[in-house]
Design a protein around this ligand. Structure first.
Ligand code: HEM
Length: 450
């Protein structure tokens, strides 16, 4: 359900209702109807005391103006998670499912001030070198490959068989991952966001990232990892590993959800025809109404302060409910009058997403290609039977079952032969590579080479 269907009712099953307790942002009730929770929380004013996971407390901003005020005030609100008071005081369970995403790492996402400028500069300059034609071409090839796996069947779960893999594939290509490392990156990122054995997944992702750094030191290429390495700010190997990790992670999970949520909107809202510029309209509507990252943008109070009527202590965790802020009813008029991209889905301020145009481009290309190949695709189940993954941070369907007229798989020859070849195994350092190989990236490369 998205913002259009909200009603001012207490969230069904919300254990905090009427008790003054923190509002839980996890569990099936929240996942089933988050907008009922946001409406409920607005009664408390601009911020609400929430629980992100059992034992993990935070302050959540639900008001658009207040969210902007925090995002644009980096001297009062910091990103460095080593400031997190509850974590320092040992009050966050060591095995909490939210820790892999919130724990500090030495990259742009967790840094402030001059250090942030330095780390972000390397990221933005490297991302700016990506050739948009190459993005379009690769996205289309990967889309064709994924569609070829199910097109003759006449049915597919678009989440499990399409949106989940596509961004990861595009990224392993743009970052110059050879098959072996690409497979481990895919395994690590999927596991990290699915929360299944997340500790192991994080280890695999960063080991794969470290192996990529080691490989590019020896054999640089025409890819984001090599550009990052050569950047004039001079990143250390450790910084490179964590910068690559955040780019791959920040890029793939939100992108997967953006493609999935936009497809969901196209398939469930009659006003969109299946072709043409309406994809981009559905994309904007998704970014407003059903954004991929729902409650995120973690910041830490720099000092004890009073903010939007709430007392904060230095190091308290504050997040933005992007979904609630975007759907602030006072915004509707501003949106109609032309600021159709003023949503917070790519954040705002110094840490705003540096890759929103690339993300839009990949999303539109992936959906356009799917609709061109399978023009009569439709939902195979009633819309209200679809379910959403639980969790405080993202908004994504568990499955999106579809049906269409079965077609033979296309194998479009690439305009130029694939630039990338898997290196000899001996060139990839370290030992962890075997166990986690999913083989997905390897299969794509073999398909492309046919
Ligand atoms: C092409 C794919 C993408 C790449 C490479 C990418 C990369 C990044 C990076 C490196 C950052 C950290 C910037 C900093 O701290 O200075 C970031 C932040 C962010 N990105 Fe993206 N991103 C991508 C797609 C997306 C998508 C699809 C969304 C959702 C609509 C999104 C939403 C955000 C948000 C909300 C932040 C701020 C996070 C925070 O401050 O906690 N990104 N992105």
């Amino acid at each position: 359900m998205d913002a259009e269907s909200t009603a001012l009712v207490p969230p069904p099953g919300c254990p905090a209702h009427g008790t003054g307790a923190r509002v839980p942002l996890y569990g099936p009730e929240f996942a089933a109807d988050p907008h009922a929770y946001y409406d409920y929380m607005r009664q408390f004013g601009a911020t609400t005391a929430v629980e992100l996971a059992p034992g993990v407390d935070a302050t959540l901003i639900t008001d658009y103006g207040t969210a902007l005020q925090m995002l644009q005030d980096p001297s009062s609100f910091r990103k460095d998670a080593r400031r997190w008071r509850a974590l320092k005081e040992g009050r966050v369970p060591a095995d909490s499912p939210v820790l892999p995403l919130l724990a500090y790492r030495p990259n742009c996402l967790f840094s402030d001030g001059v250090e942030h400028l330095r780390l972000r500069q390397a990221v933005t300059d490297s991302l700016a070198k990506i050739d948009s034609r190459r993005v379009a071409q690769r996205t289309q090839q990967i889309s064709d490959y994924l569609i070829a796996q199910f097109s003759s069947r006449g049915s597919a779960d678009l989440i499990g068989e399409y949106t989940k893999q596509l961004p990861l594939f595009v990224f392993t290509e743009l970052f110059g991952c050879p098959a072996d490392i690409g497979d481990r990156v895919l395994f690590g990122i999927s596991g990290m966001f699915d929360g299944v054995n997340a500790g192991k997944a994080v280890e695999v992702l960063f080991q794969a990232s470290a192996d990529l750094v080691a490989l590019k030191r020896v054999k640089p290429g025409d890819d984001v990892a090599s550009w990052l390495m050569k950047h004039e700010v001079g990143l250390s190997d450790e910084e490179l590993v964590y910068e690559l990790g955040v780019m791959l992670g920040a890029g793939s999970e939100p992108l997967r959800n953006l493609i999935g949520n936009t497809m969901h909107r196209l398939l469930t809202h009659d006003q969109y025809a299946h072709k043409g510029g309406l994809i981009s309209e559905a994309l904007d509507d998704t970014l407003w109404g059903n954004p991929p990252l729902t409650n995120f943008l973690p910041h830490y109070a720099a000092t004890d302060m009073e903010f939007a009527g709430t007392k904060l202590q230095s190091g308290d965790l504050v997040l933005v409910s992007i979904a609630a802020a975007n759907n602030d009813r006072t915004l509707a008029a501003a949106r109609q009058s032309g600021s159709n991209r003023a949503h917070l889905s790519f954040s705002a301020g110094p840490h705003a997403c540096p890759s929103k145009e690339t993300a839009r481009h990949i999303t539109v290309t992936a959906i356009e290609n799917l609709l061109n190949r399978l023009p009569d695709i439709e939902l195979a189940v009633p819309a209200d039977s679809l379910s959403w993954r639980p969790g405080p941070f993202s908004r994504s369907l568990t499955a999106l079952p579809t049906r269409f007229t079965a077609v033979q798989p296309v194998h479009r020859a690439p305009a130029s032969q694939p630039r990338q070849e898997a290196p000899a195994r001996e060139e990839v350092p370290t030992s962890t590579r075997k166990a986690e190989r999913g083989g997905l990236w390897s299969s794509f490369l073999s398909w492309l080479a046919k």
